[in-house]
Design a protein around this ligand. Sequence first.
Ligand code: DHB
Length: 482
Amino acid sequence: MNSSQSPTTNNLFFDKTRYEDRQLDDGHGEIVRFRAFENIVYVTNPIDIKYQSMNIYVPQAYFEGKEINSFTAETAPIFFPISVGGYMPGIPGAPGAKRMGSGMNTIFHALAHGYVVAAPGTRGRTNQNYTGEYTGKAPACIVDLKAAVRYLRFNAERIPGDTDKIISNGTSAGGALSALLGASGNNEEYGTYLKEIGAAPVRDDIFAVSSYCPITNLEHADMAYEWLFNGQLNYKKMAHHEMIDFHLKRTLIKGTLNESEASLSNQLKELFPAYLNSLKLQDIDGSPLTLNAEGNGSFKNLVAKLLSASAQRAIDQGIDLRRHDWLTVQSGKITAIDLTEYVSYIERMKTPPAFDALDLSSGENNLFGSKTTPERHFTDFSRHHSTATNAQKADDQVIRLLNPMNYIGASATTTAHYWRIRHGTKDRDTSLAIPIILATTLENKGCQIDFALPWNRTHGGDYDLNELFAWIDVISSNRMTN
Ligand code: DHB
């Protein structure tokens, strides 16, 4: 109904005869040959086949009995790139040139490296059907990704690649969904939604998660933002219409918080220590990570330590950091950092509340709408302070389904063991506290996590594919020898 394409299947069996052999040239002598299986509807009861479909690409070598990087048709990891940005609908990805900048995209490089690529489409917050009903509000995005994973596993014997080695990758809202997919494997709370769309009745846990700057833990992100940015009154905000396509170049609107916004900032900041302390996080040495009522304490020291490690790596690579007066450097070593000065260096991007806007104007308000309501609140704080008429709050259970923090190591849940999370030191789209809480929780629950704050990176992802692929290769070979 939403698309002129006709469904390729009305059952869940992968048709290995429906493909095109292709090759792509990066213009610099690298040619990638692959078999393309495209627009595969991954559920039996689709609501929107444009988005509930997947492209699968397989390196040609695997049909010729050859290996790439010691992977074969049986052992190749399955790279699962999530195309969602801004919690908007995402169409299935395809190999080709980058949308922005020069060079080839991640899927091209993943195929060249020898991965099977399964690129799922996903419903998003603005999808509507022909009657005008919204069809992609939360939790549709995560339900679709789980259904796509189930399709792969249902067809494990028919699709090249190892379904025990599915590695999801995403940036921002896509990074959040990558984390949620990895955290919540097989959890029954998603069961009725999956049944409704006709997802394959098999497991949906994945092997590993790659997540760049996840915009996650949304119901605590406002307080985390003000814990970091409180006192920073000037902001550089993204123009509202640019949220519609996060790939657009951002033009920033400058402003200063007014009195009532500054007061909201103070109130939200005060809520953060109780939340952080409720998590009972521990540092790697087992000591508790906490905050006092003023927002100071060992958790804040950990944030400073991680920033300091990032700056130290930059110095060790020969980058001159003398202009950063928030850093104290002695004989090439960082000896102190000033977090307040750091925050004025990176600058505030969002006005309080950063995510659950009082006038329901944020993308996240739109994500938490319903079939008939375009936007809703998702925190009690913003519901209480709402300036919108007849504002509602989304169901607690739906809010819960979008937050990976609820599922890491939970009972009857298979959380991915391997995680790689990156959040740039100049990324202001969410508080640094958010990825640090996520990474620490994963570590405390026994997951293996590779976490870093890349120096001076702004909001974005896929900027270090060599390192990402090296990490995937190592964890995948661990698995083979275990
Ligand atoms: C994205 C960025 C945001 O600032 C946000 O609030 C949600 C999503 C994004 O780039 O996907």
